[in-house]
Design a binder for this molecule. Structure first.
Ligand code: BV8
Ligand code: ZN
Length: 247
């Protein structure tokens, strides 16, 4: 994995001189924690495409199947640990280097790594909400079958954002507020294909901010970022951290 030294040194310089650095992350940052991504082989479960299962229609048609998929992911995530990429971002937040973390991941690994100012824009796989009343709850272990509402006995669903569903308005306005403040935005492990999250880095760029992309492959964003570091987040972020320590 060739990391052009001058490239990573200039990225370290941009990070250490940032006034308000934020990060936008996707499934790729949890790949080294063995959480499957949504692309290619990873994105398949029993030959069902994740995009087909993560929809209100799929749940209406077959709630048991959708819950089987979420239970499978919960079991997997329960066995996973945050990796050095998650821990580096958490330590940068503690050192005041990283102001906010916007993630598309529902695995909760950023929070388990110690990050606090985290916006889980697509929800949390352990959170629950009722399909008919206002009940909200959370699971401490993987679901068994279809959980039912303790208030109205209707089916509960994972409190995540499915395709075709809008993101939480209140959370979204806080996210836009962070994007408007940022002068540096790390874009880590996302294919930048799912809206509106894929637009978040563009808002920083349009306001004159710098974009630093970390990904094992190019994405639709790679043509507009200021720096693209090709490689695994779990290797690159600790390397950047050690360079920052030497400065
Ligand atoms: C909405 C929660 C209003 C559930 C998720 C046509 C045009 C534009 C938009 C649309 C359109 N038609 C429909 C839409 C809207 C749709 C959309 O964007 N569809 C896409 C597919 C075109 N968006 C929505 O529906 C959103 N709501 O828009 O509401 C509205 C409503 C109706 C119609 C119009 C508008 C809601 C989207 C949220 C859906 N929920 N997750 C769950 O998880 O169960 S999305 C889910 O998939 C993830 O949260 C994430 O967002 C996305 C996957 O993307 P990534 O995280 O980037 O992961 P991916 O696997 O794709 O890529 C991994 C990357 O990591 C790769 O680049 C890889 O190279 C890299 N990588 C791998 N290993 C490493 C690495 N990088 C670094 N290190 C490594 N080791
Ligand atoms: Zn209910």
């Amino acid at each position: 994995m060739l990391m052009k030294m001058e490239n990573i040194l200039s990225v370290a310089y941009a990070i250490s001189n940032a006034d308000y650095m934020i990060a936008v992350t996707g499934a790729g940052i949890s790949k080294e924690s063995n959480v499957p991504t949504f692309r290619g082989e990873d994105g398949l479960w029993r030959n069902y495409d994740a995009m087909d299962l993560a929809t209100p229609d799929a749940f209406r048609r077959n709630p048991a199947l959708v819950w089987e998929w979420y239970t499978w992911r919960q079991r997997l995530i329960a066995e996973c640990e945050p990796n050095p990429a998650h821990f580096t971002l958490a330590s940068w937040e503690k050192r005041g280097l990283l102001k906010a973390l916007i993630t598309q991941n529902v695995d909760g690994l950023h929070i388990r790594a110690g990050s606090t100012n985290v916006y889980e824009v697509h929800g949390d796989i352990w959170a629950l909400k009722c399909t008919s009343c206002k009940y909200k709850g959370s699971l401490s272990s993987p679901a068994i079958g279809i959980p039912t509402c303790p208030l109205c006995s209707n089916n509960l669903r994972p409190d995540v954002v499915w395709f075709g569903e809008s993101l939480d308005r209140a959370a979204l306005s806080k996210v836009y507020n962070e994007l408007e403040h940022a002068d540096v935005c790390l874009v880590i492990g996302t294919s930048a294909l799912v809206q509106p999250a894929a637009t978040f880095p563009l808002i920083v760029k349009q306001r004159g901010g710098q974009l630093i992309e970390i990904n094992v492959e190019p994405t639709p964003l790679s043509s507009i970022v200021d720096f693209h570091i090709s490689g695994k987040a779990g290797k690159i972020l600790p390397t950047l951290d050690s360079i920052l320590d030497q400065q």
